[in-house]
Design a protein around this ligand. Structure first.
Ligand SMILES: O=C[C@H](O)COP(=O)(O)O
Length: 317
């Protein structure tokens, strides 16, 4: 990661965007094969699940979030597994933590107080989740979150720019968000469940990457359809093609509804097969999730003891 070169904006090339096509039936077949087969051999599953923990953006994005809830979330992010499981898995010497925490702007402060720079703090921004505040407000919101201590900013795009094919407007807003973020890395949430076609998803992915996004992310978790494997396949292939074209490596973040260890393993498999091992590291892959960690902990307990416990035994953030 030392030689990692952050994505720089490249000029918007509409001839690229206009030529993008997605073969839906081929893409559906590939997605089905990923979704239906056993992704990882049983003996490797525990190792993969431990790996997945380090890729989670542990998230709380609720209207009733409180500093207390966020402080608990941050403590969980720093020590994601119960001490007895850490010991049974032989992980005492591993500094296991989630990839980041992800919160609303008002919750950055309690997160900073607990984390003290030990983990990245991602703040959702730009009028999350609908993204329909004024441009001036959105840019200011980013600046305030960075000043408060967020090191990653998860912006939402204006869906109407995609739905009306106004790629220039999408490019311009993404460019402005990237600039407002400064050193903070920016994840572009496409809200794919609202973009209607996979072609729109591919085009929006390209435009955001051309305008300097560090990550592209599927969903806010608030749309009626959030992360899916077919959408992910489209987005990671856009990442692959953008890398071939420009040399820049863009991260991927499926988010929303990823709540089972099995689903997490499918995403890890997808990344490994489509993009290679480098995209299994937190600088290029995160899973945005509020309840996934509970299920992973439960599966690891089963691996260690041979028995499942009730989900409520695992500390919920
Ligand atoms: O960005 C993350 C999502 O908001 C989390 O969604 P979730 O609560 O369905 O896991």
């Amino acid at each position: 990661m030392s030689d990692f070169k952050r994505n720089e904006a490249v000029p918007l090339d509409l001839s690229w965007i206009n030529h993008i096509r997605v073969n839906k039936s081929a893409s559906d077949r590939r997605a089905a094969s990923l979704a239906n087969r056993r992704t990882v051999k049983k003996e490797y599953q525990a190792a993969w699940l431990v790996k997945a923990i380090g890729l989670i953006d542990l998230t709380t994005l609720s209207g009733d979030d409180t500093p207390g809830r966020v402080e608990r979330l941050c403590r969980k992010a720093l020590r994601p597994l119960r001490a007895d499981l850490v010991e049974a898995l032989g992980l005492q010497d591993v500094n296991l933590a989630t990839g980041a925490v992800c919160v609303y702007h008002e919750m950055i402060k309690p997160a900073v107080e607990v984390l003290q720079g030990r983990l990245p703090i991602a703040a959702v921004s730009t009028g999350f989740p609908a993204g329909l505040t004024s441009m001036e407000t959105k840019v200011r919101e980013i600046e305030l979150s960075v000043a408060a201590g967020a090191t990653e900013i998860d912006i939402v795009i204006t869906r109407q720019h995609v739905l009306t094919g106004n790629w220039q407007a999408l490019y311009d807003e993404m460019l402005a968000y990237r600039k407002a973020c400064g050193e903070a890395h920016v994840k572009a949430i496409l809200a794919t469940g609202e973009l209607v076609t996979l072609e729109n998803v591919a085009k929006a992915s390209w435009v955001c990457m051309m305008a300097g996004a560090d990550f592209i992310k599927t969903s806010t978790g608030k749309e009626s359809v959030n992360a899916t494997i077919p959408v992910s396949l489209t987005m990671v292939r856009a990442i692959r093609d953008y890398h071939e074209q420009t040399g820049f490596k863009i991260g991927y973040k499926p988010a929303g509804g990823v709540s089972t260890a099995k689903a997490a393993l499918q995403y890890l498999s997808l990344m490994k097969e489509e993009l290679g091992n480098e995209w299994l590291e937190p600088h290029l892959f995160r899973i945005g999730a509020s309840s996934l960690l509970t299920d992973i902990e439960r599966q690891l307990e089963h691996y260690v003891t041979g028995a499942y416990s009730a989900a409520h035994r695992h500390a919920q953030p």
